[in-house]
Design a protein around this ligand. Sequence first.
Ligand code: ATR
Length: 275
Amino acid sequence: MKKWYAVIGDPISHSLSPFMHDTWFSEHGIDAAYIPIHVEPSQLEKSFEAMKMLGVSGFNITLPHKQSIVPFLGKLEESAMQMNAVNTVNFDGKHYIGSNTDGDGFVQSMLVHPVDKASKVLLIGAGGAARGIAFALKRAGFSDVTITNRTFRRAEELAAETGGSAITLKESEEQLAEFAILIQTTSVGLATGEALPISLEQVKAGTLVADIIYVPLETPFLKKAEEKNCVILNGVGMFVYQGAIAFEKWTGVQPDTEKMIKLITEKLGGTYVNN
Ligand code: ATR
């Protein structure tokens, strides 16, 4: 029988996940569909019950439900426990298992570049997204991660939990040339005309500079990094890889991520550059 998968969120109409998963289902001849469902916060529990009743095989969860879904799930993988947030649910025939593929998705998208895991990494931000990436970097074997954040206390807390160190925004600007990898996880750059989360004046040419935002494809932060001759990485890769990890959990199939990055970049009006 045809299987069905979904993404729930509020809002949901702009999600690119249905396009991505339906493309992969069709590429692999899998008889399944992936449906966007608009779920308001007050309807989350009822909606989850209804989806279970209707036999959903798996689903993704996006804002604002990533944390509020947690109490309803029977089991959580380590990634979801560390973040106390879930973006993927998989049904194993008995339990609905929550995991969080965002952090690993980011790290996998970064590892497309030749990256030395002993490099000095600067993580900018200490919110939910940074948290997932900090744990995923640790799992992947990155040994030298420094966290900086506007609210320094949050950087210190996340560094203590993940075995990294914390510095202030000002210190990070002064010490920027020491880092080989910068990862921008704050919401600065989503709106046009915003300032950068930190100044990139001291960044070294050749530094790998990543931003997890993908709308716009090139944030002011990445534009500045490009002017400084850095290697830049936008958030499309993270989006595609977090989806690919979910797809593999559901189907056992590893989809073509590179081709999907190209398709989504073009859908967002950009030009795909394979570097
Ligand atoms: P998310 O789950 O998307 O990471 P979040 O948990 O609200 O969202 O975290 C947002 C991050 O962006 C935080 O690191 C936040 O810094 P604070 O901890 O000081 O709030 C950062 N951020 C948001 N607006 C910012 C701004 N204008 N300048 C610098 N950092 C900002």
